[in-house]
Design a protein around this ligand. Structure first.
Ligand code: C2E
Ligand code: MG
Ligand code: MG
Ligand code: MG
Length: 289
């Protein structure tokens, strides 16, 4: 950055000012977000969307994933990719995560009570939240306040929960399992993905990141990795979910590779609870109509 500034300065005052303005704008945007984040919770600006997870072979809905959205009063809908990392930096992920957990349990209980589909709802847990003392207490509270049976709740964690203290993580996942809550390892294949995690952690599922799925029908090397992960996971007794299915060809390919569950725009986008409750049991709706 220093080099760029010097360079700009040498080109004259105007360039330098332009450069400074640009940098300031970027900083201002993140400061504004950070500020907004502070009041977003109390101002009720977050909303949970739900995306179906379907059985690969049939397209039948077998679960839902809760995905948070931020309806910013000026900025429109802001995606979690932008504000979750910020919330993790500021520590606001803790109260936010607590709210998410309560809301998801309540929504899932509402769906069950309405005679809706009896499928588990998965919630993403930030590693900060997961490793924090009091996480289990919050979880118990969310369950009892909503009356949701624990087997209708699943957690998705990334391997960052394991970076230090994988023994504690194992212990915690054991406790969750004892409560009847299953844990999935999210974004598998994108991080360090040490294979020993798969061997040692008492998880039930892995979710293959969209990066591997994107060109699975054209890139033989990606396909080989995906096939290897599926085979290995099955031998370890794990279910495999593939994320980011956008077309029929990808579904067909993954069915051939015996992937268990699929999620992606091809079946349904994330949507409000009311909308997800209206979906037919089998997706995509049009090809089964
Ligand atoms: P993730 O848990 O891996 O969630 C899957 C992401 O892929 C979601 O993005 C979803 O909308 C998107 N997606 C699903 N199908 C497709 C597809 O076919 N094509 C494409 N291009 N994308 C697809 P989203 O909702 O923007 O969330 C991004 C990430 O933010 C999530 O990744 C998760 O890590 C985090 N996140 C979302 N909601 C929460 C939350 O409630 N708590 C926490 N801690 N993190 C969350
Ligand atoms: Mg997830
Ligand atoms: Mg994921
Ligand atoms: Mg992902």
């Amino acid at each position: 950055a220093d080099l760029a500034m010097t360079d700009a300065k040498q080109k004259g005052r105007n360039t330098w000012q332009w450069y400074q303005g640009e940098e300031q704008r970027v900083t201002e945007a993140s400061v504004t977000l950070r500020h907004g984040l502070h009041t977003a919770l109390q101002d009720d600006q977050f909303k949970l969307y739900y995306q179906p997870i379907v059985e690969a072979v049939s397209g039948r809905i077998r679960g839902l994933e809760a995905l948070i959205r931020w309806q910013h009063p000026e900025g429109g809908m802001i995606s979690p990719g932008e504000f979750i990392p910020l919330a993790e930096q500021t520590g606001q992920i803790i109260p936010m995560g607590r709210w998410i957990m309560r809301q998801v349990c309540q929504d899932a209980a509402t769906m069950l009570a309405a005679g809706g589909r009896r499928v588990p709802v998965a919630v993403n847990i930030s590693s900060l939240q997961f490793r924090r003392e009091g996480f289990l207490d919050d979880l118990h509270q969310a369950l009892s306040a909503s009356g949701l049976p624990p087997e209708f709740l699943e957690l998705e964690v990334t391997e960052s929960v394991l970076l230090d203290g994988s023994e504690q993580a194992t212990e915690l996942i054991n406790q969750l399992n004892a409560m009847g809550i299953k844990v999935a390892l999210d974004d598998f294949g994108t991080g360090f993905s040490s294979l020993s995690y798969l061997r040692d952690l008492p998880i039930h599922k892995i979710k293959l990141d969209r990066a591997f799925i994107k060109d699975i029908t054209t890139d033989k090397r990606n396909a080989a990795i995906v096939q290897g992960i599926i085979t290995m996971s099955h031998q370890l007794g794990l279910l495999v979910v593939a994320e980011g299915i956008e077309e029929l060809k990808q579904q067909q390919d993954l069915v051939r590779r015996h992937c268990n569950l699929l999620q992606g725009f091809h079946f349904a986008r994330p949507m409000p609870l009311e909308a997800v409750m209206q979906l037919p049991d089998q997706l995509p709706a049009s090809s089964h109509a």
